[in-house]
Design a protein around this ligand. Structure first.
Ligand code: NAD
Length: 294
């Protein structure tokens, strides 16, 4: 029977661990741990994400400051807000919800967040530290994948991991994590992207396949090797008239097609997805503890 990697249960366990840690840290630093979130504009999905991040903070005892600005807010004003949060010693983590309105340069904003408070791990300094194998803030989704692999004791040492997707948010950071020389990694990593002419040539070689393309159910049983571990990051809505909402959410891997061929798999939903916010909380704690930047 394949192992179904339960991200929901693992994330809930991590949240319980964080709750205990938050109390100890507050006692040590004589104040609350604080995450500041900036939301610019009225994008409905972004509003939901910010609300759930803030809610999860409150559940663990981390205080969240949510600042909502309308879509016409200037880039200068956004940079001023970041600057004031950078210099506020009581703020441990800063998160700017993406996407930003078109007139605001996203990279410029992200690069202006202090690397020491960059709990999303998008600042070039933290990206560089990840590549160099130094302590750093790791982007939350890849960090969640890494944590799942670790907690399910999936040995990566010398294994061939094939990553599908090269985004800065998922593909590149997870690839960089997996080849690092440490007991929970040390894998041989291949990265595939839209340039791959025959994707299944690569996927069939994967001991561990990490799919982060955003292409619904592209990977079938014929594309994988027997006993592969599948980490499905994709979150795709496909029409389904049999559901109340008229759609359902699927991954990049055809779960029902591959299930009898895999040794372990993350379901969608309930696999990688629930891990992301708990990793944001963990990064905020790491910042409060000054674990990365002393
Ligand atoms: P992206 O669009 O930025 O990147 C997709 C990558 O996949 C690209 O690098 C592209 O080259 C590659 N790709 C696309 N089609 C391909 C194909 N046919 N063959 C080979 N490579 C192909 O997306 P992203 O932000 O990295 O997200 C990827 C997926 O993961 C999406 O479904 C997204 O919703 C999901 N996601 C989930 C979480 C979470 O679980 N919390 C977080 C982030 C992203």
């Amino acid at each position: 029977m394949p192992i179904i990697i339960d991200g929901k249960a693992t994330a809930a366990k991590i949240v319980e661990e964080i709750k205990k840690d938050v109390i100890t840290i507050s006692e040590n630093i004589h104040r609350k741990t604080i995450l500041a979130l900036l939301l610019v504009g009225e994008d409905p999905a972004s509003q939901i994400y910010v609300r759930s991040k803030s809610k999860r903070c409150e559940e663990t005892g981390i205080e969240s400051i949510v600042l909502k600005k309308d879509a016409s807010t200037s880039e200068e004003e956004v940079l001023d807000i970041i600057q004031s949060w950078n210099s506020d010693d009581t703020i441990d983590g800063i998160l700017v919800q993406l996407p930003l309105p078109k007139h605001i340069n996203e990279s410029k904003v992200l690069y202006n967040i202090s690397p020491k408070k960059d709990v999303d791990g998008f600042h070039p300094e933290n990206v560089g530290r990840l590549v160099a194998g130094l302590p750093t803030f790791i982007p939350c989704t890849p960090m969640g994948i890494y944590e799942l692999l670790k907690r399910y004791e999936i040995n990566l040492n010398g294994k061939h991991c094939v990553v599908l997707g090269r985004s800065n948010i998922v593909g590149k950071p997870i690839a960089n994590l997996l080849y690092q020389k440490n007991p929970n990694a040390n894998a041989i990593v291949t990265i595939c992207h839209t340039g791959a002419k025959d994707l299944s040539y690569y996927t069939k070689q994967a001991d561990v396949l990490i799919a982060a393309m955003g292409v619904p159910e592209l990977i079938k049983a014929n594309d994988i090797k027997d006993g592969a571990v599948i980490i499905d990051v994709g979150i795709n809505r496909i029409p389904d008239p049999n559901t109340a909402k008229g759609y359902r959410v699927v991954g990049d891997v055809d779960y029902n097609d591959v299930i009898n061929k895999v040794s372990a798999i993350t379901p969608v939903p309930g696999g990688v997805g629930p891990m992301t916010i708990s990793m944001l909380l963990l990064n905020t704690l790491r910042s409060a503890k000054k674990e990365i930047y002393k």
